[in-house]
Design a protein. Structure first.
Lengths: 450, 272
């Protein structure tokens, strides 16, 4: 017994000693411990026009064209304020993962970050990780908060509080092949019924030509079926009640599912936007409905063989008219634990000001400011035809494209289930929809207790 | 007779080729795609015949500084493996020679617990001592998997070595430490190579620890690969070029080391 514990002890001591030794060595290969910049108080002669001299904030972005557009403008901001902005960028799923771990750990960094209001907004906000920005936005009259689109601001609002500032907006539109429609003498569909008829007419699988394509993967399809749902007069939920088994909802899901089942390319169940745009870009499909923000995948000659033959149209109208989603896909938010919220807000105020939004929008990032869209210079980053479509889509849009709950993943699965069953040919869809509705209700009820 | 043998060999060769084709296809596709443009990748007509382009590779090294990420990965991979060897070899020897199997089990538990459970505590600890985005944090975290790996491979290796060799060393006047350093380690090459190879490959491919604990300065390859995926665009060509570049070193090391592992194993089978 005694000998045994001695062995334990000696082996344990050896390990601990070696570990300390190694930690010492590890510290030497990089002076990480002393890397923190002097971020306390202004350094030396801070002039009044440089209110944040000597301070620094950290900004985490997604891999997004907006980030590429804002980075070259940062030196100007840093020179004007004296603040240093440290930028890091990640792919969107990694970004969520990293932010979630950091916030769970109560991290003070990053100060400002890009986030997806509809995907993570509710989760982040209800956990108290986001600083509500209501009192900040009206501090400076020049900022003109009212200029931001109501629908976009609605997307970024949780429980009546402003969780973030919209930077990127998007709407669902109809992409079509001009040459095919012209050759067949078909007018651009204005209603969903016309779309179905046109897709049927152009569908010719024997020649490798398909009528319609859109996302068919369970979770990704939810956002794109939403415009069908709204245009038929439905929605995912009404107050606290799930409403995906109503007649309107079933009609919308059936239209979407049948379009893919009857006039879609093979393998559509495994398609998200990269595959859908891929096959559209191969010139094998006549119609595609998806977000306008993805248009370059169809019109860039590097990616698409039909780059010069793509037309844009507003989302076709259903029983309730044309009601595409019109949402904020990305926003900027402030970490509730940030040590310098004034500096963080100063950055957001600058990055979402009229002047800077104009500059980022010129590079093809659709912003939320009406004044920039009305400015001819603000639309130079987009094809003229698309600008018209966007201006029309913004008018009747709905401010969400998925159920607005905390556990978005499960809610999306419930909705996606119904559509997938239709694509695979399930004839009796009501029981499937009832079951999915129950699942969605479960997700909503969980939210109420928080 | 000979003809039957020949046909049998032919059939075997053909089957081997078919199996190989099925297994190697993803790699072949990856290699081909890295020389294609986006529109060529999406097209099924141009699977094998296409006009190759080097644009993806120039973009990977030019615009995205993959060399820097590669160096990061190399520092962390070599560092974590070296330190894991430093700690793991003596530990494995002690466990093997003094039959400390319970200790061995405790070490194994660290490997069994899903890595993600460590991440939040680690992030809190590392951010308090300001080690996030340093090589130290990455090396330490990668050792969590590398160390048990090395210990467990080396335990069975050391146990298989005949005691007589050590006794001979002791009789010739070595003490325990000298026996370990001068007798045991020199004949443990094959085991060490296998163990460090696996530990290095783990670190080279590790994504989860790296994404949370690295930053702009220390971003390793698996995290950097995602630079080619963004919100509205996936750059498949560059993504595949990057994947080829990541796979290549591991492939080369494995091929080179394989010879040593096999040779060494035969040599290590000691005459007694």
């Amino acid at each position: 017994m005694d000998r045994k514990s001695k062995r334990w002890l000696s082996a344990g001591t050896a390990v601990v000693l070696a570990a300390t030794l190694m930690a010492g060595c590890g510290g030497n290969d990089k002076n990480g411990g002393a890397a923190s910049p002097a971020d306390k108080g202004p350094g030396g002669g801070a002039a009044a026009d440089k209110p944040f001299a000597g301070k620094s904030i950290s900004l985490v972005t997604a891999n997004h064209p907006w980030a590429d557009a804002i980075k070259p403008l940062l030196p100007e901001f840093e020179a004007a304020t004296g603040m240093k902005v440290n930028v890091e960028g990640y792919f969107e799923d990694q970004l969520t993962q990293k932010l979630t771990v950091q916030f769970t750990a109560g991290s003070e960094t990053p100060d400002v970050f890009m986030y997806r209001p509809l995907q993570e907004g509710k989760l982040f906000f209800k956990n108290g990780w986001l600083q509500p920005l209501d009192e900040y936005v009206n501090k400076d009259a020049d900022y003109d908060f009212a200029d931001l689109s109501k629908s976009a601001v609605g997307t970024a609002t949780v429980d009546g509080k402003l969780a973030g500032i919209p930077i990127i907006t998007e709407q669902e539109i109809l992409y079509y092949r001009k040459d095919l429609l012209e050759a067949a003498g078909i007018a651009v569909p204005k209603t969903i019924d016309e779309l179905v008829a046109a897709a049927q007419k152009l569908h010719d699988p024997g020649k490798g030509m398909y009528g319609f394509v859109a996302r068919g993967q369970r979770s990704p399809l939810v956002t794109q079926v939403s415009s069908f749902l709204y245009s038929e007069g439905g929605d995912f939920m009404n107050g606290d009640r799930a409403t995906i088994n109503t007649p309107e909802a079933i009609k919308a899901f059936t239209t979407y599912g049948k379009l893919l089942k009857d006039y879609g390319p093979p393998g559509v169940l495994n398609m998200s936007w990269p595959q859908a745009f891929g096959i559209f870009g191969q010139g094998k499909v006549a119609f595609l409905t998806d977000a306008n923000s993805l248009y370059k995948n169809a019109t860039d000659a590097e990616k698409s063989q039909v780059a010069d033959k793509v037309g844009f149209a507003p989302f076709p109208a259903g029983a309730a008219g044309s009601k595409p989603y019109n949402i904020t896909s990305w926003g900027l938010a402030v970490n509730a634990k940030s040590r310098d919220k004034e500096a963080a807000w100063a950055f957001i105020q600058w990055a979402t000001s009229k002047e800077i939004v104009l500059k980022t929008q010129e590079k093809g990032n659709p912003g939320a400011r009406a004044s920039v869209w009305d400015n001819p210079q603000g639309t130079t980053g987009f094809p003229a035809e698309l600008v018209e479509v966007i201006k029309m889509s913004v008018k009747g849009g709905v401010d969400h494209d998925r159920p607005t709950v905390i556990n978005v993943g499960e809610a999306r699965d419930a909705v996606g289930e119904i559509v997938q069953k239709i694509i695979t040919g399930e004839a009796n869809i009501q029981p499937v929809a009832d079951k999915a509705n129950e699942a969605l209700q479960g997700v909503i009820d969980l939210d109420k207790n928080k | 007779m000979t003809r039957r043998k020949r046909t049998a060999r032919l059939i075997l060769g053909l089957l081997t080729f078919l199996v190989l084709l099925a297994f190697a296809f993803p790699f072949v596709w990856m290699l081909l795609a890295s020389f294609k443009t986006q529109s060529q990748i999406m097209s099924t007509d141009q699977l094998l015949s296409f006009k190759p382009t080097l644009a993806n590779y120039t973009s990977v090294f030019g615009e995205h500084d993959f060399l820097g990420y590669m160096i990061n990965s190399l520092i962390v991979g070599v560092g974590s493996t070296a330190f894991a060897l430093l700690l793991g070899l003596p530990a494995a020897y002690a466990i093997a020679r003094y039959h400390l199997h319970r200790l061995g089990l405790v070490i194994l538990v660290a490997r069994i617990i899903p890595g993600i459970t460590f991440l939040i505590p680690w992030f809190i600890l590392f951010s308090q001592v300001k080690l996030v985005d340093t090589y130290t944090a990455l090396i330490l975290s990668h050792m969590l998997v590398g160390l048990p790996f090395i210990i467990w491979i080396m335990i069975s290796f050391f146990e298989a070595l005949p005691k007589e060799i050590e006794e001979a060393g002791l009789i010739d006047g070595c003490n325990r430490h000298q026996v370990f350093l001068r007798v045991i380690l020199p004949i443990s090459g094959p085991g060490m190579i296998t163990a460090s190879l696996l530990s290095f490959i783990f670190s080279w491919n590790n994504f989860m620890f790296s994404i949370i604990l690295s930053g702009e300065k220390t971003k390793p390859l698996p995290v950097a690969v995602f630079n080619f995926m963004s919100y509205a665009e996936i750059n498949w060509g560059a993504l595949m070029a990057a994947a080829c570049i990541i796979t290549l070193p591991v492939l080369i090391i494995a091929l080179l080391a394989q010879r040593y592992v096999v040779n060494g194993l035969a040599a290590g089978a000691v005459k007694g």
